[in-house]
Design a protein around this ligand. Structure first.
Ligand SMILES: C[S@@+](CC[C@H](N)C(=O)[O-])C[C@H]1O[C@@H](n2cnc3c(N)ncnc32)[C@H](O)[C@@H]1O
Length: 262
């Protein structure tokens, strides 16, 4: 699958994704993934930032509320339209554009930082994606992004559950097989049938790398790796959203901050 076909998948996901995420069913994002990302994020007040793969803009708005001047891109027109509608209702000064991570429509050295929340594993040609992020950063600027954890979101994965339905282990395999656009069909696991009724399943193409491949891709792009995080929900988060319990067993997400040398 090439990047245009991958983009068409995302355009087809945008309507249902926005509806369900805005209804609170992106539970891993809301319950711990986004809070952990912001814990890792340096102070961005007064800085200019680019959010790549912004979707309907949930995390982009959080960035803007931290005082950054934010530009955001997504390859899907429908996602950008929803994000712009939210901006019209609550103006935060965010400039949304339809554009691909593979060809950012900005001059070299335009931004103090680049963020990307759960997008880079959805885009082919990761080396080009990282080269584009590197290009648009000012010297000394940083890239912070989150992805599905390469070690635990493997082509084979099965949750092993006890008699009470609690996950106690995750069976993983096929780690070394890079996915090159295999499409996975799924929906938010916390969404009840009445919420998903009439909505198509998401179809997301995956482009995966092993952990060492990800880190070497960053190094080859010229970045200096600065900080890593593997967020997990605490007990309070699991009490609030019991479906998050499985993410206490292994790391579902990986957060990476890397810097363009000054
Ligand atoms: C898992 S969603 C995450 C959305 C948002 N960042 C969030 O955290 O809620 C992945 C996003 O990446 C976008 N995307 C996929 N391929 C892209 C590309 N080549 N360039 C820009 N955005 C892309 C999708 O349209 C989608 O909005």
């Amino acid at each position: 699958m090439d990047h245009e076909e991958a983009a068409r998948c995302w355009e087809a996901n945008a309507e249902a994704w926005t509806k369900l995420a805005r209804a609170g069913y992106d539970a891993y994002r809301d319950g711990f993934n986004t809070p952990a990302f912001f814990e890792l994020l340096p102070d961005v007040a007064g800085l200019s930032g680019l959010d790549v793969g912004c979707g309907e803009g949930y995390n982009t708005r959080l960035l803007a509320r931290r005082g950054a001047r934010v530009t955001a891109v997504d390859v899907s027109e429908t996602f950008v339209q929803y994000a712009r509608e939210a901006e019209a209702i609550e103006p935060l000064g965010i400039d949304y554009r339809v554009a691909s991570a593979l060809a950012l429509p900005f001059e070299a050295g335009s931004f103090d930082f680049v963020t990307s929340f759960m997008c880079f594993m959805d885009v082919p040609e990761t080396d080009r994606v990282l080269a584009e992020a590197f290009r648009v950063l000012k010297p000394g600027g940083f890239l912070q992004f989150s992805i599905c954890h390469p070690c635990y979101d493997t082509p084979h994965r099965r949750n092993l559950r006890d008699a009470d339905g609690r996950t106690y282990a995750v069976e993983i395999g096929d780690y070394f097989r890079n996915r090159t656009g295999d499409v996975v069909e799924w929906t938010f696991s916390s969404a009840p049938p009445e919420a998903t009724a009439g909505l198509p399943k998401f179809r997301t193409p995956f482009y995966t790398h092993t952990l060492s491949q990800w880190l070497n891709l960053l190094i080859d792009a010229g970045f200096r790796i600065e900080r890593l995080a593997e967020p997990r929900p605490d007990d309070e988060a699991v009490r609030a959203r019991p479906g998050l319990q499985d993410a206490q067993v292994v790391a579902y997400f990986l957060h990476i901050r890397a810097r363009k040398p000054a």
